[in-house]
Design a protein around this ligand. Sequence first.
Ligand code: GDP
Ligand code: K
Ligand code: MG
Length: 300
Amino acid sequence: IPIAPEGYKSGFVGIIGRPNVGKSTLMNQMVGEKIAITSPVAQTTRNRLRGILTTPEAQIIFVDTPGIHKPHHQLGQVLVKNAQIAIRSVDVLLFVVDGSVIAGGGDRFIADLLNTAKVPVILGLNKLDQQQNDPQRIDESYQQLIQPHSWPILKFSALTGAGVDTLQNLIIEQLEPGPYYYPPDLVTDQPERFIMGELIREQILLHTREEVPHSVAISIDRVEEDPKITRILATINVERPSQKGILIGKGGQMLKTIGSDARQQIQKLIAGQVYLELFVKVQPKWRQSRSRLADLGYRV
Ligand code: GDP
Ligand code: K
Ligand code: MG
């Protein structure tokens, strides 16, 4: 890692908010590459994932967290714990809400958690591109939400990128002088294999209904790099035989669609040809088991 120039700034920025407000979309937009998967399904993001943005003035390390929600089972508890750890270990907190609707109970829960924050907080109203029903009422609900604090409020669209430059500048203003924490050309702390697994999970989230997505975990079993093509063998772990049936689909059609769409995403990631082979395996109750969660790469 090179030595940063005189006066260079750096720091960690925790992105927190309830599920589906656009935290992962925002991180991808800031970093300029798709490193975090996004979808309309809550709990798309399971691990703390770092996205690194290096500019001539500053290196910002974004920490994308799973959305904060009430824990129902072991995985839920792990997700909330990870978000709470993130709050305590960053230099700036970026509280993201869906600015196209008024503040809700989930936002209130997070605002209360943030009362104990000892670092600067920025409130980000996302989805600026979406129609607001009653803009004035929406704005008031968020002003009220952050009281008695005077956190700066910014509006942007993580999807289109509108307003994101202003957000970037405000974050840099809040950072202290510091070194490069990561090489300037790195965009994430995660190994390529992890992102490959995530890109497969993303296609499952996009192609199947509610009951399957929350019960999958992907393991990348083998990656063979040839000069011409990269061969990837991966297993989709599910909890029940019925879910295995759904994922495979009639005549294997569902698995074929998921595999083909995931392959295209992975080809973009590694900028090369990919051959992807997927297996589906039943691992009963993996969500309840801490040791299995650890095996599958979750921090428990
Ligand atoms: P997260 O759960 O907070 O990480 O949310 P995601 O980044 O996965 O996004 C949830 C959904 O909201 C996805 O379908 C995104 O495409 C969508 N989304 C995110 N940001 C925006 C935005 O600025 N505008 C619109 N219209 N949709 C967005
Ligand atoms: K999501
Ligand atoms: Mg996310």
